[in-house]
Design a binder for this molecule. Sequence first.
Ligand SMILES: [Cu+2]
Length: 326
Amino acid sequence: MLASSGLGRFLARPGREPCGPVTVELRARGGNPLAQPTPGIGEPDGRKGVQFQVTPLGEQAARFHNGPLMIVAVGISVLVLALLVIALIRFRRGANPTPSRNSHNTVIEVVWTLVPFLILAGIAIPSIKLLRDQYSPPPADVTVKVTGHQWYWSYEYPDNGITFDSYMLKEASDPTRQANQRARTDNDGPPLLAVDNRVVIPEGKVVKFLVTADDVIHSFAVPAFWIKQDANPGQVHETWVKVDRPGVYFGQCSELCGARHGFMPIAVEVVPAAEFAQWVGSQGGHLKGATPPPAAAPAAAPAPTAAPTGNAVEQAATNQPATAQN
Ligand SMILES: [Cu+2]
């Protein structure tokens, strides 16, 4: 009965369901590699709550948060508030001029010790299981090294020979946008979240992110994947995802890292494996374990990889002064 009720459906859902039909329009990746984001998925849309989750761990975590944790938190809040109101009214001086002098009640003391213990144990067991799954990644199919900078991200695929920088796209009306900087379009994503070069990862594969920084502490966070990993200079931390649904998913730096902390978004595009192989080839890279093409070998230096917009090096050069201006 619970499963068919509104409460049952709420408990069962892994995150907020998107409003409309779920379609991700992936364009042919030949000329224009941009996939269109789906409204309500992988991006904030004004609704409260956890974003729709697209990883098994995210579904597990969101289900735990939306179900048992919320029920326990609301239940305890209501119980404590009720006890306070009862005490205020029933035991006020006017209604209760001679207060009780009891100082012990064994039954109550056992109950108020045992019940919180059982509640905490009930929360701890699934929490520890979730933590164990988060920190026990399966062998990685793709590895992406993520480096936070003031104020942009750079990405390296060490097994694929790909490196590029990723900057936020400015609005066409932004006076700080330079003439040779591409302006954001709706295909790129929402304002303040769209970037010139997205991270591209394959659908259904285990992707390991090695997260670090080269100046101050940043944080690599993508809400739809349920990941948030601090990027510390001099340290490499690891997180991982397995996304079973193609699409575009946005995130932001989630550690106060300076004046333009709010302007270094993250955009991850999840594509079918065959498309990922095409993308790797288009970036001058090679698939994991494959021999790098002879022509690419001498140019192992940061190959320009800004397929959507042209030259990554040029993008970096053109964006850098703009960030300094702001
Ligand atoms: Cu940052």
